[in-house]
Design a protein around this ligand. Structure first.
Ligand code: NAD
Ligand code: DAU
Length: 378
């Protein structure tokens, strides 16, 4: 079927992987990448697909209601995969307004424009989908009641590759009550509620997914893993927040993109799906792993750069532990992660070291000022 799909935030980290997957896999679809190109948006992430006949790019702010409504009419858009957002927790602590504007008002603006257009059609909502990409951070933080880590109580399927540790007995399920702590997660929680409200009030077919921490190529180097790879490369300090004991649940970005594809096509409207790899790690353990891999690949003695680790003031309101239970998605749609974390980290480090130009283009200019201001006084 010929479809016309808008992917918002397609020039960002996860969005670029979703755009690439859809452009390659669905030559009959028209994939429209809608992105404002904020500091985090980078069209260099999509060099390999930018000339494809089924791909186009539109520079637009998701808050621009009229422009988006006109685009929907012009392109007969029948599917929206919404990733555009302000995504970095540290920035949200410094500037919460930008997060409310983009993440809340921007999402509402897209929903309202989609409603207006789809309700004007004879078939109304039939064959339509508004898919909102959200985060596990909306659920708040879990306690770490097994600090040394234990085997998770549930296993994924027999062929599953991931099972690191569980650092507590509780997990985020689709039924977990929202309890966001940072301005970022509060804004994402609010946008999730608006999406569900458009289903419940107007009957719009919507789906929401809440995913754990992603890692992999094209992630903006303000986030833990690419920031540290870049700093090790330049032998800069590695600013570990607090004691480095916080736990995150990591998923390779291409596995997230595959889940999005599956859910967009086969997910049940009005449902929520949690996406995660059952792959919990303490920050400090990841940092040790990344240092060793970078050192080895750069021909330095393995672990030589561990002395770059520098414990700094903790992030305000720093959530202790995130851990996703993605068994619903695995059971109902047969998705599972494809990579062992160690293999994913090796692949990721290699990618950043092989793509120095991509990294250098980003980390020059404005980024330097951001980096200096973020770590000044720490
Ligand atoms: P990112 O910061 O790398 O990319 C965000 C993209 O959105 C950029 O291309 C940016 O230009 C664009 N954008 C920002 N404001 C915009 C606006 N007003 N109008 C149009 N475009 C705008 O983010 P990411 O890490 O790829 O995250 C993508 C989505 O996935 C976000 O909604 C985020 O909340 C969610 N998510 C991220 C993770 C993660 O680990 N990175 C995990 C779970 C969920
Ligand atoms: O859980 C999903 C979320 O993961 C997404 O919704 C967010 O968009 C994404 O940014 C990510 O949020 P985190 O805050 O978990 O990611 P970040 O890479 O910023 O930090 C990961 C952990 O590492 C966190 O515990 C804070 C810590 N950290 C981070 C940075 C940047 C440090 O110790 N030092 C650092 O310099």
């Amino acid at each position: 079927m010929k479809r016309s799909i808008v992917i918002t935030g397609g020039a960002g980290f996860i969005g670029s992987h979703v755009v690439r997957l859809f452009v390659n896999k669905y030559p009959d679809y028209h994939i429209i990448n809608l992105d404002k190109l904020t500091y985090a948006g980078n069209l260099a992430n999509l060099k390999d697909v930018e000339l494809r006949p089924n791909y186009s790019f539109v520079r637009m702010d998701i808050c621009d209601f009229d422009a988006f409504h006109a685009l929907m009419q012009r392109e007969h858009v029948d599917g929206i995969i919404h990733l555009a957002a302000e995504s970095h927790v540290d920035r949200s602590i410094k500037d919460p307004f930008t997060f409310a504007r983009t993440n809340v008002m921007g999402t509402l603006s897209l929903l309202q424009a989609a409603k207006l257009y789809w309700e004007s059609l004879p078939e109304r909502y039939e064959g339509k989908m508004f898919y909102h990409i959200s985060t596990d951070e909306v659920y708040g933080a879990l306690t770490m009641n097994c600090p040394e880590g234990v085997q998770p109580p549930f296993t994924t399927t027999a062929s599953s590759t991931q099972h690191h540790m569980a650092y507590g007995t509780e997990f985020f399920t689709e039924a977990t009550k929202y309890n966001p702590h940072s301005p970022y997660s509060a804004s994402k929680a609010s946008s999730d509620h608006f999406v569900r409200a458009f289903h419940d009030t107007y009957g719009m077919p919507t789906v929401v997914t809440n995913c754990s921490n992603n890692y992999g190529p094209y992630q903006f180097p303000e986030k833990l893993i690419p920031l540290f790879i870049n700093n090790i490369r330049h032998r800069r300090p590695l600013p570990v927040y607090g004691r480095g004991e916080n736990v995150r649940d990591w998923l390779y970005v291409e596995d997230h993109a595959r889940a999005i594809d599956l859910i967009f096509h086969r997910g049940t409207p009005a449902e929520t799906y949690n996406i995660g790899g059952f792959n919990e790690w303490k920050n400090i353990d990841i940092i040790h792993m990344v240092v060793r891999v970078v050192d080895r690949l750069l021909g330095r003695s393995e672990g030589a750069d561990l002395d770059l680790i520098s414990y700094v003031t903790d992030r305000l309101g720093h959530d202790a532990r995130y851990a996703i239970d993605s068994s619903k998605l695995q059971r109902e749609l047969g998705w599972e992660p494809s990579l062992q974390f160690e293999e994913g980290i090796e692949r990721t480090v290699r990618w950043y070291l092989d793509n120095e130009e991509w990294l250098n283009n980003i980390t020059s200019g404005e980024y330097e000022k951001y980096y200096e201001s973020m770590y000044a006084g720490r």
